[in-house]
Design a protein around this ligand. Structure first.
Ligand SMILES: O=C(O)CCC(=O)C(=O)O
Ligand SMILES: [Fe+2]
Length: 330
């Protein structure tokens, strides 16, 4: 049975789906559609990403966060609103992306975007935002190759997931490929530092937000706590890391594409109680998959009922992302 649950959390075996044919494949696609309609969160196993690519980046990211603050800050962005580089504590509040005022998230992050700029790209906003230079840290040694290997693996994995998504939406397998020629995905390593006491009410590790792109591939530390999603019933529910799998969630663009058939799930990272390890350090790697800068995200006709209007105006992937991002900087 390729689709199983782990503590009631759906695990989708991508390799089993890709190998399936006929009715078995259709049934798995329907299962994927069901998950994306209900919670928009699932785990992906059978992803084929080599374990050493994953372990290597986890180790290098940890070593980076262990460097003294002044060394990390040498990789800081040149000005507020620059999308890449090291962001220290106190500079971002994800809840603000939804217009909710909130204290800064209790985290630090290292961020980087596409590994190269597509030839012929002339859009000034694209060049100064998504294709702005990455700012690599001085250390630890081997950080950049570890990052690039993982980023490349995530780009490939996201394309495979988008193909499964296409089938789940009854589209031709390669439907989304045309807008994934030069994706403007970004990746962040997140460190939620150890706390010496519970933070004030209302200050979270990551405030409640939805992700902006097509899908996010998360790698929370094994055994880590605190990631929660809003269920269709309106309650917060913890999402545990799943051994050997990535945690995937749908972003806003997928909700727009599908006219809200699929949910861009509200999620957050809380400080669970100190007895449950809530003060412990937590690390995660988040890959935010985002279609090409110029890709138009217009509601799929098959997701609009007869005689109904789509809920969303078409948007362009890049400008939409830029608008969302700029709201979260303190
Ligand atoms: O750290 C995590 O597990 C989730 C982080 C997150 O949701 C985000 O940065 O968008
Ligand atoms: Fe998120």
């Amino acid at each position: 049975m390729p689709t199983t649950t782990s503590s009631d959390f759906a695990v989708f075996d991508l390799a089993a789906f890709e190998a399936a044919t006929g009715e078995a494949r259709k049934s798995l696609a329907r299962e994927l559609d069901r998950i994306c309609r209900e919670t928009g969160f699932l785990a992906i196993s059978g992803h084929g990403v080599p374990p050493d690519v994953i372990a290597n980046l986890s180790t290098k990211a940890r070593a980076f966060f262990d460097l003294p603050p002044e060394v990390k800050h040498r990789a800081a962005p040149p000005y507020a609103g620059y999308p890449y580089g090291y962001l220290g504590p106190g500079v971002e509040a994800l809840a603000k992306s939804r217009g909710v005022d909130s204290p800064p998230d209790l985290k630090e992050s290292f961020n980087a975007g596409p590994l190269s700029t597509p030839p012929g790209m002339t859009d000034a906003d694209a060049l100064s935002f998504c294709f702005a230079d990455n700012i690599w840290p001085e250390g630890p040694e081997g950080f950049r190759p570890a990052w690039e290997a993982y980023f490349t693996a995530m780009t490939d994995l996201a394309r495979r997931i988008m193909r499964a998504f296409a089938e789940a939406l009854n589209l031709e397998t390669h439907f989304f490929d045309a807008c994934l020629e030069n994706p403007i995905s970004a990746m962040r390593a997140l460190n939620y530092p150890e706390l010496d006491r519970a933070p004030p009410e209302g200050q979270l590790r990551a405030g409640a937000h939805t992700d902006y792109g097509s899908l996010t591939i998360l790698l929370p530390d094994a055994g880590s706590r605190g990631l929660e999603i809003m269920t269709p019933e309106g309650a917060w529910r913890e999402i545990p890391p799943v051994d050997g799998a990535f945690v995937i969630n749908i972003g806003d663009l997928m909700a727009r594409w599908t006219n809200d058939r699929w949910v861009s799930t509200l999620h957050r990272v809380v400080n669970v109680s100190p007895e449950q390890g809530g003060l412990n350090r937590r690390q995660s790697i988040a890959f935010f998959h985002q279609p090409d800068w110029h890709a138009e995200i217009a509601t799929l006709p098959s997701c609009v009922g007869a005689g109904e209007e789509g809920k969303y105006e078409p948007v362009l992937s890049g400008p939409y992302l830029m608008g969302k991002f700029r709201k979260t900087v303190m």
